[in-house]
Write a protein that binds this ligand. Structure first.
Ligand code: 5GP
Ligand code: MN
Length: 335
């Protein structure tokens, strides 16, 4: 961030601040929002952290998660917090279209934007921009941001826990290539500050419902392998979700089973949305195949080189045909 000193000076005086993250918030979005909120509150700022909509049940134990203001449920309160804000932090996304209906609420505000994010190709809306696509998570960036603000001593057990959650979920429990020695050094500091690593993993991952495991069974049965393109894809229909009493977050991580197949470098999951007329798609890859490009080009999406998302307005059958057609043009996957 070039104008870091200016932001640091701004934060010397108590400010009204909003924190906003992307639609369908994940562990990194929720963890970074809460960690920053707690740290800024300790610096005597008045902070409102807004999530566009609900987040998965497996995150509903994180310290202070009940304080997040849901835009879809509390539009007026969210709007007035946005209108009176002097600074708006946007976390874990880099294009305002990613925060859903909140984007509209940002039209008439007076505040300056601060972006803290690790996705590729950031849009140009933030006065203060800390964008680094080499980072494995926004939560790791929150740690470095607090370091830059000389505020590392503010990190207590709750803040450390929130940051840990986002690093853990976005690095696939410290296994994706973006996990560096610095990541582990940060994690070491978080444990030192009170984060209970073993308990955090258990509270997040060992909370499966029986229904979710059954749904996983269906997803695995629906998996198709295309060996000549080193690709595996999964699909789940509305009916399959409903039959297993689908709850938000239930399909989290399913796409990785495709990627765990020997020789597969590209995995996709197509999930029919229950509340919108679209198919939500997750893309994952190993090595050089760039799913951010693939998602941007064919599925109105984006993300990172090895993990991206997108959507399709076609029905499930047509979406799969379209996908296979685009896949057959991927010479780089062949062989
Ligand atoms: P997921 O598949 O878990 O929804 O998303 C994978 C990654 O891609 C996440 O980092 C997420 O923020 C990003 N992502 C998901 N959907 C979109 C999208 O529609 N546009 C962009 N730019 N990024 C996305
Ligand atoms: Mn993230």
């Amino acid at each position: 961030m070039e104008n870091l000193a200016e932001l640091k000076a701004l934060l010397q005086t108590p400010r009204k601040i909003c924190i906003i993250t992307h639609k369908n918030p994940d562990g990194d979005a929720v963890g970074s929002s809460l960690a920053l909120q707690l740290a800024l509150q300790k610096m005597n700022h008045q902070v409102t952290a807004i999530v566009p909509n609900d987040f998965p049940i497996f995150l509903k134990w994180i310290p202070h998660q009940e304080e997040l203001l849901r835009f879809d449920k509390n539009k007026d309160e969210s709007q007035s917090a946005i209108n009176s804000a002097e600074l708006i932090f946007t976390l874990d996304f880099n294009d305002l279209s990613r925060c859903g209906d909140v984007a509209e609420a940002l039209q008439n505000m007076n505040a300056d934007f601060v972006m803290i994010d690790h996705h590729q190709q950031p849009a140009d809306y933030a006065k203060f921009m800390y964008s680094d696509d080499k980072m494995g998570s926004t939560c790791e960036m929150i740690y470095h941001f607090l370091e830059k603000m000389d505020a590392i001593n503010l990190i207590d057990k709750d803040i450390a826990t929130c940051i840990y959650v986002g690093i853990m979920t976005d690095t696939g429990s410290f296994r994706f290539p973006a996990t560096t020695n610095t990541t582990h050094q940060v994690v070491s500091k978080l444990i030192e500050a009170g984060a209970d690593n073993s308990a955090i993993h258990q509270q997040t991952f060992d909370v499966n419902s029986y229904q979710r495991m059954q749904l996983l069974g269906v997803a695995l049965k629906n998996m198709t392998l295309i060996p000549e393109y080193k690709t595996a894809y999964i699909h789940l229909s509305k009916e399959e979700l409903e039959a297993h009493n689908y709850k938000k977050g239930d399909t989290e991580g399913f796409v990785n089973y495709g990627l765990s197949l020997e020789n597969v470098v590209f995995a996709v999951i197509f999930i029919e949305s229950l509340d919108e007329d679209l198919i939500k798609i997750s893309f994952r890859s190993k090595g050089n195949f760039d799913v951010n490009q693939f998602a941007r080009k064919h599925f109105e999406g984006g993300g990172h080189k090895n993990a991206a998302g997108g959507r399709s307005m076609k029905n499930l059958t047509d979406t799969l045909s379209y996908f296979k057609e685009k896949l057959s043009l991927q010479e780089d996957l062949k062989g």
